[in-house]
Write a protein that binds this ligand. Structure first.
Ligand code: 0X9
Ligand code: ZN
Length: 426
């Protein structure tokens, strides 16, 4: 089907989201950061919550059309994130056919790079996986795709391992994860843009610094670590965050994978024990199949040659977050070094399009988050650097998780400049 529509030269819009946000106006509430108080004020308002509970990033909600007047009459100080969330989702959601995948159906035997037009739109899960196969076909001597494990619904958690001239598994690792939070679509494609630039620099343009980096480090890149949640955002509810785990005796579906990593997992205040919460941590540390797969995979990589740099890519609000999330009074031993590099990264990002990223330890910079990836990867897998990067847009921009596709390339460009700076300085 994808082949047919591509050959005919037009794109089918992806399956209409079943949850409609048409006419929903999204706001960040600025003047009252007490979650319970805001919830009370909103008791007669029909809305969908778009933020997590204990947040210093601001409480964000999408107000249903019939409640907008009543909400505005409350007189809260707000920032408008989407005038019409449904209209912005429609603008974003025209998945263009992936041209390289057409080549790949005849096997990508020509050994070309995937078509750069891939980055002109967002993509369904199958195209994300195809993109990895195509990069691997382009770099047959320096890469292999892998499956870290299966999701709750049995989908592959698929990644690509890139290595330099000395072969696989000999050099310290750089691990990048995208789309742990299903609705954060900019993350998977931005990580793929970085992957594209590594492949292009290593083989096509002969970019010396990229060649040196790949000869000195092994990359393990998984653009979509939460495939079930991601598919759910493309087919059912664009604003879904968690995985799709159904638990006995619970009415709500889904565990927040970024509260389920088995380290300092149930520290009070850092996550929720309630299944209906957006930050539900699960019933036991690491009890999601996805996190079980990711911890196994990460430990194997760590055992091979250690982990130099881990990044868990999120959106939004333009932040570079270092450990720890679980506690505001505990710091990693090498915090100064991590902050120095995070600061350099922020500067390098800004030099491209002028976009500002704030950096700092997670708990002190945004909020307490326990059972998060970076704390586990730093403490247990003993990575030297373990960060969460929150991509575009900024918290004062007029978009949130739903970002027009024409921002994919600029996002990729600034992150690539940033990553190159890190490679040259870490
Ligand atoms: O709350 C989160 O999980 C992240 N923010 S988001 O708005 N994307 O949901 C921040 C957590 C950063 N910490 C780790 N990655 N551990
Ligand atoms: Zn996130």
């Amino acid at each position: 089907m994808r082949f047919l529509t591509a050959a005919l030269g037009f794109a089918l819009p992806f399956a209409a989201a079943k949850v409609s946000y048409d006419g929903y106006k999204a706001f960040r509430i600025d003047d009252q950061l007490d979650y319970a108080g805001v919830q009370k004020a909103l008791s007669d308002i029909s809305f969908k919550s778009l933020s997590v509970e204990n947040t210093r990033k601001g409480i964000e909600i999408a107000v249903a059309p019939e409640s907008i007047k009543a909400f505005e009459a409350l007189g809260l100080k707000t920032h408008v994130v989407h005038e019409d969330l449904g209209a912005d989702i429609a603008l974003e959601g025209q998945f263009k056919p992936y041209r390289a995948s057409i080549k790949a159906f005849g096997a990508n035997s020509s050994g070309e790079l995937p078509d750069i037009s891939y980055f002109n739109s967002y993509h369904e899960l199958a195209d994300h996986h195809q993109f990895l196969d195509d990069i691997s076909a382009y770099l047959p001597d320096n890469s292999e795709t892998f499956v870290a494990g299966k999701s709750v619904e049995g989908r592959d958690i698929k990644g690509i391992h890139l290595y330099g001239k000395e072969g696989a598994g000999k050099k310290p690792a750089i691990i990048w994860h995208g789309n742990v939070h299903a609705r954060e679509w900019i993350t998977g494609v931005t990580v793929e843009y970085l992957l594209y630039k590594i492949a292009e620099g290593y083989k096509k343009t002969g970019d010396e610094s990229t060649a040196t980096t790949l000869d000195n480090y092994d990359f393990y890149i998984i653009p979509v670590v939460n495939p079930d949640g991601f598919v759910y955002t493309t087919a059912e509810d664009r604003m879904w965050r968690k995985n799709r785990q159904v638990r006995q005796g619970k009415t709500c579906v889904g565990t927040d994978m970024n509260r389920n990593w088995p380290n300092q997992w149930d520290i009070p205040g850092g996550s929720s024990p309630e299944a209906c919460s957006e930050t539900y941590r699960g019933e036991a540390a690491g009890d999601t199949p996805e996190i079980a797969a990711l911890t196994n995979h990460t430990l194997k990589v760590a055992d091979a040659a250690g982990i130099k740099w881990y990044v868990d890519w999120h959106s939004y609000s333009q932040l570079i977050l270092t450990p720890y999330g679980y506690d505001c009074n505990t710091d990693p031993a090498n915090l100064d070094r991590q902050l120095e590099l995070a600061g350099g990264l922020a500067k390098a990002i800004k030099s491209v399009h002028g976009v500002e990223f704030v950096y700092g330890p997670t708990c002190k910079t945004i909020y307490q988050a326990a059972g998060g990836s970076m704390d586990w990867v730093y403490d247990i897998a003993e990575a030297e650097l373990a960060w969460g990067i929150e991509l575009r847009p900024g918290s004062d921009d007029s978009n949130g998780f739903v970002l027009p596709p024409d921002q994919i390339v600029p996002s990729g460009e600034e992150q690539w400049a940033g990553a190159k700076w890190v490679f040259a300085n870490f």
